[in-house]
Ligand binder design. Structure first.
Ligand code: ASP
Length: 595
């Protein structure tokens, strides 16, 4: 029988009880982690969100009935205990905050019993994630998840504190809205009152925050839920949270400055770490050239080498061919890896093929200076030594090369660099390497759509010095866009926005929008801009990713209370699910099941 709170008040969370409380009577409440019977004594580890506290029961103190009750306690029972804090009789447990004390219980209440849980509630659970997600309410009792969510809460509070101090207003924008231009698929919500029409859930508050600038709010922020119906990927969630902001009367430097202060504030408050300001900057061009990625992990080297010029006339057709057709030949030097087994090199080749590359060429420089290689036989000794020199290759090194279209070569080598760094254990785990990536291309060619697409979004301002190339060489125009990258992850990004109608119109034209379509989709924003709009710029962070980076977790589901799995379903609630025929009828919706 469960008892109730009647008259009892919790005085402390488990780890709020300290040595200074010895001799005091406390009332604690929580879950039974573990019970141990030692003849005339019973020990219980009591758990709440703060941690563990040892309770001791002996018959003399609690009486026969209470002692018997204590003997019935099992894991996950919810109890209240009133007792006196003592220094532990037995050995201290240095692993616990409360390891030197215990509470000798005088009064015990069982507030709720528990079935045997399907898995033990413990740190670093080895239980398969599916089972844990199905019983997420139990999984969320685990100390590691509780710690992550506490950090998340702390971050949100500090963001609010900092942004408010800096003169930002927290303003909510709608969830039921019109499609926003972030380029992913929208989640749609049917309208009952207007049959046949749909709201879209926001992919970001982009258009609204720009409108708020039009309306004079000056500095806006929001911790905003966003929704993107993207293809299945392990590290994506269909709904996620952004720390979103927009500022008026600013240029890039102002946005960067306020965000560097924000990041320094968060890292200091949450982790006690001083970020060195200013944060390093790198242009998109440089990041691609040196790391094959626009989100380079700068915790280690292993930079790419461009050897196109060195091999353009060599005897190896794959290299010379790629160079002749306007592609690129680049390589990375895996230091000291010349002895890598053939099987592993084959696996790396498969890895590269996964990106669409036809093959990976390798050259292992043996200690005696000879080569083991997939292509050396096609090249002269002079060509080979020139290639090794360009790669800074020394005996013992393994050189890996990709030859194809420039973009593909970057993608493959950028990924390979990370793969090898993990394998070679080159990545220090305790470092935070921040970098701003700037001067992104404004446009990106899409083979699929056969047109240019906005790399960030259609409201991103081009760099003034490149604007005259918008007709002759649109692909070369750079944007006033920036990303903040941490340890190889894109943590946030934003841009200065276009606030001049002639530039905006031209942008739409380049993107292949007709005037009518632009107006259909974004007319309200374009209209607003005709009534006086300040120059403005902004940025948004992925909060989930930020928390992952702060906590060192690699699983995005470990920083979200109720996450979805890869196929966008929720194992706990069973969403998405079928609905009543009546609900559908009201919405004027009929479903068809595809064969
Ligand atoms: N709305 C953008 C995004 O979600 C961020 C920004 O430009 O402020 O990526």
């Amino acid at each position: 029988m469960s008892e109730s709170m009647q008259g009892l008040h919790r005085t402390h969370r488990c780890t709020e009880v300290t040595r200074a409380d010895v001799g005091k009577t406390v009332t604690v409440m929580g879950w039974v982690q573990k019970r141990r019977n030692l003849g005339s004594m019973i020990f219980v580890d009591l758990r709440d969100r703060s941690g563990l506290l040892q309770l001791v029961f002996d018959e003399e103190t609690i009486g026969a009935e209470g002692f018997e009750k204590a003997g019935t306690l099992r894991s996950e029972y919810v109890i209240a205990a009133v007792g006196v804090v003592e220094v532990r009789g037995g050995a201290f447990n240095t692993a616990l905050a409360t390891g030197e004390i215990e509470v000798r219980v005088q009064q015990l209440r069982i507030l709720s019993e528990s079935q045997v849980p399907p898995f033990p509630v413990e740190e670093n659970s080895q239980t398969r994630e599916e089972l844990r997600l199905k019983h997420r309410y139990l999984d969320l009792r685990r100390p590691d998840l509780q710690r992550n969510l506490m950090i998340r809460s702390h971050v949100m509070q500090e963001v609010r504190k900092f942004m408010t101090q800096e003169g930002f207003l927290e303003i909510e924008t709608p969830i039921l809205t019109k499609s926003t231009p972030e380029g992913a698929r929208d989640y749609l919500v049917p309208s009952r009152i207007h049959p046949g029409t749909f709201y879209a859930l926001p992919q970001s508050p982009q258009l609204f925050k720009q409108l708020l600038m039009c309306s004079g709010y000056d500095r806006y922020f929001q911790i905003a839920k966003c929704f993107r119906d993207e293809d299945l990927r392990a590290d994506r969630q269909p709904e996620f949270t952004q720390i979103d902001m927009e500022l008026s009367f600013v240029d890039i430097e102002d946005v960067i400055a306020v965000n560097e202060r924000l990041l320094a504030h968060l890292w200091k408050e949450i982790l006690g770490i001083d970020i060195q300001l200013p944060i390093r900057r790198m242009t998109w061009q440089e990041a691609m050239r040196r790391f094959g990625s626009d989100k380079p992990d700068l915790r280690f080297g292993m930079e790419l080498h461009d050897v196109t010029d060195v091999v353009k006339n060599c005897g190896f057709g794959v290299f010379s061919g790629a160079a002749a057709s306007g592609g690129a030949v680049r390589g990375i030097n895996a230091k000291g890896q010349a002895g890598m087994p053939r099987k592993r090199i084959d696996a790396l080749t498969e890895f590269a093929r996964g990106y669409g590359l036809k093959g990976l060429a390798y050259l292992a420089i043996q200690e005696d200076g000879s080569y083991k290689s997939s292509f050396a036989k096609f090249m002269t000794p002079e060509e080979l030594s020139a290639l090794c020199a360009a790669m800074e290759g020394e005996p013992g090194d393994l050189l890996l090369f990709a030859a194809d279209k420039s973009k593909l070569v970057y993608d493959v080598l950028g990924a390979l660099r990370l793969e090898l760094a993990h394998e070679m254990d080159l990545i220090p785990k305790d470092q935070f390497c921040f970098v701003w990536i700037t001067e992104f291309p404004l446009l990106e060619w899409s083979d699929e759509e056969n047109r240019f697409m906005a790399m960030h979004h259609p409201f991103t301002m081009p760099m003034e010095e490149d604007w005259d190339k918008i007709d002759s060489d649109p692909g070369s125009v750079r944007a006033k866009a920036y990303d903040i990258v941490l340890n190889g992850q894109e943590m946030g990004g934003g841009s200065v926005r276009i606030h001049q109608d002639d530039i905006q119109e031209k942008m739409f034209e380049v993107l292949g929008f007709t005037k009518e379509r632009a107006h259909e989709q974004f007319g309200f924003l374009l209209d607003a801009f005709t009534y006086g709009v300040p120059p403005h710029a902004g940025l948004a962070y992925g909060l989930d990713r930020m928390i992952m980076l702060m906590t060192g977790t690699e699983n995005i589901r470990d920083v979200i209370a109720f996450p979805k799995v890869k196929d966008a379903s929720c194992l706990l609630t069973g969403a998405p699910d079928v609905v009543d025929a009546k609900q559908l009828r009201e919405l004027g919706i009929e479903t068809v099941t595809e064969e």
